[in-house]
Design a protein around this ligand. Structure first.
Ligand code: URA
Length: 431
């Protein structure tokens, strides 16, 4: 009979009692959890102990390595192009991956965007892409390599072989209120990104009400932890801290966000989306050895759009197909004249989720059509009776709960707010 090296109860007690876990304890805990020897209830207790007592840098590094070791690693070494990837910690209206991947690919850098589905109020990139008729998220490793060799960018589901310990642990954290803590977020994100095997990585770490990290100091600490993990594993890693106090762009919801992304690829689109897409593209291209690439021009002259169309076709989609539109819509009207001084990201995110754009449980279907169109952003002057936003859904009985989420979610005042200087708040590089 196989005897286990440790007893889960002892390892949990060590973390509960604020002791530093040894490397061997961590390796065993993750491996035994992946094998099903450590039970869900035991890992739940461990996650809560980590949430409450934290982990030091060497514990986080070992935990991340153990999660990488729980599965396979992708190998992009056969590609002739450098690979560059971006990961966002998740926000409301964050559709940046959609224009960004083809934009960077337009400069012959391969962009493997292995993405996830959304849970809770932040939308998932795959859910957005699946509103394009015919488009397929699940690809074999060979298909991924072929698309990276051709169009140069791919947005697809991360295979189940990549960091399987994280897949189990993330689902568990989601139902035990242990998601938003630096050791577990940083090891979760970086284990997947390192296992994916990209040459370089840019992290978009969100700050504000719609993000895991509500204040900039915590976001900076998360970014520094992830940049150090990536750098130690030989992945060129930098991070931008970006504002998530208000939604990005003018749409939240799956098909609505695809439509807005296409506007950006046509050379238009909202200023904050263009600003962040360009800033992240510059980071990725600099890391890939192309610091002088004129990314703004590639959005305007259609080169990024060409890559987008090629990528959609390669994944079975029709780039010319009409995107679905909700048959039921409801407008929220300004009740007075003034300036919109606040539009809270989390209120809009939850409202969109309640309209059907997101899921409450893993595996649920989402509505492609559900979401919110914003007609004003903070700083805009509005007139009494003017629509502030339009709610979209295929199930109108959802309007009431969505409207409840928007109550208190915005302010209209006499004085204009101080303009936001930039959506990018800070840049973090390896120490
Ligand atoms: N995204 C992840 O992949 N993991 C986390 O823990 C948080 C966000």
């Amino acid at each position: 009979m196989l005897t286990e090296k440790f007893d889960a109860v002892d390892v949990i007690r060590h973390k509960r009692d604020k002791l530093e876990l040894t490397g061997e304890e961590i390796d065993w805990m993750i491996d035994a959890y992946t094998r099903g020897v450590v039970g869900e209830e035991q890992m739940a207790a461990m996650a809560m102990a980590i949430f409450l007592n934290g982990m030091n840098r060497s514990e986080i590094a070992r935990w991340t390595q153990a999660m990488i070791n729980s599965g396979e690693r992708m190998d992009f070494s056969s590609l002739t192009r450098n690979t560059a990837d971006k990961h966002s910690t998740g926000g409301v209206g964050d559709k940046i991956t959609l224009p960004l991947a083809p934009l960077v690919a337009a400069f012959d850098v391969a962009v493997p965007q292995l993405s996830g589905r959304g849970l809770g109020h932040t939308g998932g990139t795959l859910d957005k892409m699946e509103s394009i008729p015919g488009w397929r998220a699940n690809l074999s490793n060979q298909e991924i390599l072929d698309i990276l060799d051709g169009p140069g960018c791919v947005i697809c589901a991360a295979g189940s072989g990549l960091a399987p310990a994280d897949k189990k642990l993330y689902a568990l954290r989601d139902i035990t209120s242990t998601v938003d803590t630096i050791p577990l977020i940083s090891s979760s994100i970086m284990s997947k990104k390192i296992a994916e095997g990209t040459d370089s990585l840019v992290l978009d770490v969100k700050v504000g009400s719609g993000a895991f990290m509500k204040d900039i100091d915590q976001a900076r600490k998360l970014a520094q932890t992830m940049v150090a993990l990536g750098t130690d594993h030989g992945v060129k890693t930098t991070a931008l801290l970006t504002d998530m106090s208000t939604p990005l762009g003018l749409t939240v919801g799956n098909a609505l966000e695809v439509r807005e992304s296409i506007e950006v690829l046509e050379g238009g689109g909202p200023a904050d989306i263009v600003e962040l897409t360009v800033a992240l593209a510059r980071e990725m291209l600099t890391a890939a050895g192309k610091p002088d690439a004129d990314v703004e021009e590639a959005l305007k002259d259609g080169r990024a759009m060409d890559r987008w169309r090629q990528m959609i076709i390669a994944q079975g989609g029709d780039p010319d197909a009409e995107l679905p539109v909700a048959k039921d819509q409801h407008q929220v009207i300004a009740e007075r004249d003034g300036y919109l001084t606040r539009l809270d990201a989390i209120s809009v995110g939850v409202a969109s989720w309640r309209l059907g754009a997101g899921r409450a449980r893993a595996g649920e279907d989402v509505q492609a059509v559900a979401g919110i169109e914003l007609h004003a952003k903070p700083g805009d002057m509005v007139k009494k009776g003017q629509p502030l936003m339009t709610l979209h859904t295929a199930t109108p009985e959802r309007f009431e709960r969505a409207l409840q989420s928007l109550e208190g979610g915005y302010d209209i005042e006499d004085e204009a707010p101080a303009p936001r200087a930039s959506v990018v708040l800070d840049r973090i590089t390896a120490e």
